[in-house]
Design a protein around this ligand. Structure first.
Ligand code: SR1
Ligand code: MG
Length: 402
């Protein structure tokens, strides 16, 4: 078996050449490293004559964004490839096709999505994605329901919890989402113009208590195989199509963690347009579009989840009247809370988002970031009072002063 070796473009091309049934032996290949994420190497290999292309994604034994001083498990490549296989079986078409996984090299060979755009990049110039709400609502309902105790016999589910034990990646989230932003931590990075707001958060014990409860949920509430990092940078889109990528943080956790990630990141985009789009009519139209999208996502999600509950439940207690309503309500409160946490971490903590970083004027960026912090805090603090998706979007409208 080959030893692990980090690839460069030359080695990646040689690796691709040896893959069975991928390219002709005399193919003229081209390779470029296109990774722009925090953790991994990503190579695109193209056959110059046929145009056929594939992606090689390789985990590095450290976090790329920081360097070798932050060692990181290669196990994440196994988690990612196995999560993809489950997602592919549950949601064909909504994740890239996986051609090959090489455990020694911590490397996955997959479909090239270069005709898609990273969704975060599309939201900045106010692109619209008419099928996205349906696609992601379906993805969330199917992946989260069909890996839960309701769909798998409890013994199988418990084996999956072990298979997807992902302690190092979970630790990153536990620190970066639920801990570091609430203290004066070394990892934090924030716009100096936000200093007063950040200190207010550090001194807000009521907020920190609620975040601690949400953190405990992420540590202990093994409801379903969640993606674990489902922000808009983990979604590739065209006007017609949606592909969810990068499930290397997957683990058995609370369902609201994934739904909250999607909603929280759309709300980060909402807030960012305070800084991006000076024309108030255009800004409000696009922000209203994002709120409608959020409402549609939950509606699609809930409908599909209820259908699956009714038709696919293996758990006998699922038929008890009121159970599904109770389950959805608790999940909805979690969704609001996790959405809020994911907004706050991207403003105060390590690893910011392009939505905000692409606002070059620091004071305009601060305006957008303050709005994101206000929305995030409200969602965390008032999550027990929100029962319907409109309870979230109406709060956002109110904070935005509409
Ligand atoms: C060092 S990893 C920082 C962040 O990048 C990933 O996309 C996750 O969101 C993680 O929290
Ligand atoms: Mg990622």
């Amino acid at each position: 078996m080959l030893q692990y070796q980090a690839l460069n473009e030359y080695r990646a091309m040689n690796y691709a050449r040896k893959l069975r049934n991928m390219f002709m032996s005399n193919a003229q290949l081209d390779c470029s490293e296109i990774g722009d994420g925090n953790l991994n190497l990503v190579f695109r290999i193209t056959d110059k004559s046929s145009g056929k292309s594939i992606i090689l994604k390789q985990a590095l034994p450290y976090a790329r964004v920081v360097g070798e001083s932050w060692p990181l498990t290669l196990e994440r490549a196994r988690i990612e490839s196995q999560a993809y296989i489950i997602q592919q079986s549950i949601c064909p078409g909504l994740v890239p096709i996986i051609y090959h996984y090489d455990s020694a090299m911590a490397l996955t060979v997959m479909e090239d999505l270069s005709n898609h755009l990273n969704m975060r990049k599309g939201l900045v110039p106010r692109e619209r994605y008419p099928h996205f709400a349906c696609h992601i609502g379906t993805f969330l309902a199917r992946t989260l329901y069909l890996t839960s105790d309701f769909a798998w016999p409890s013994q199988v589910k418990k084996e999956k919890v072990v298979q997807f034990s992902n302690p190092e990646m979970c630790k990153i989230s536990e620190n970066l989402i639920f801990t570091d932003p609430y203290f004066n931590s070394e990892t934090n990075q924030f716009n100096p113009l936000l200093a007063d707001k950040v200190v207010e958060i550090w001194e807000n014990n009521q907020l920190k208590l609620e975040v601690a409860k949400l953190k405990e949920g992420s540590l202990t509430h093994a409801q379903a195989l969640i993606h674990g990092d489902l922000h808009t940078g983990s979604i590739m889109v065209t006007k017609e199509d949606t592909k969810v990528i990068d499930p290397e943080f997957a683990f058995y956790g609370p369902i609201g963690f994934d739904i909250g990630a999607v909603i929280g990141n759309l709300l980060l985009s909402f807030a960012s347009h305070e800084g991006h789009t000076p024309d108030s009519q255009e800004r409000i139209e696009y922000q209203a579009y994002l709120l409608t999208m959020i409402e549609q996502i939950w509606t699609y999600f809930e409908k599909e989840f209820r259908d699956l509950w009714e038709k696919e439940s293996k758990e006998r207690m699922a038929v008890i009247p009121g159970y599904v309503d109770h389950y959805l309500l608790q999940m909805f409160e979690d969704t609001a809370g996790y959405a809020g946490c994911k907004m706050i971490r991207r403003i105060i903590g390590l690893s910011h988002v392009w939505d905000m970083e692409s606002i070059s004027d620091p004071s305009l960026r601060a305006k957008a970031e303050k709005l994101a912090l206000s929305i995030g805090q409200k969602l965390v603090l008032e999550r027990r009072q929100v029962h319907r998706i409109n309870d979230i979007t109406s709060r956002v409208r109110q904070i935005a002063g509409w």
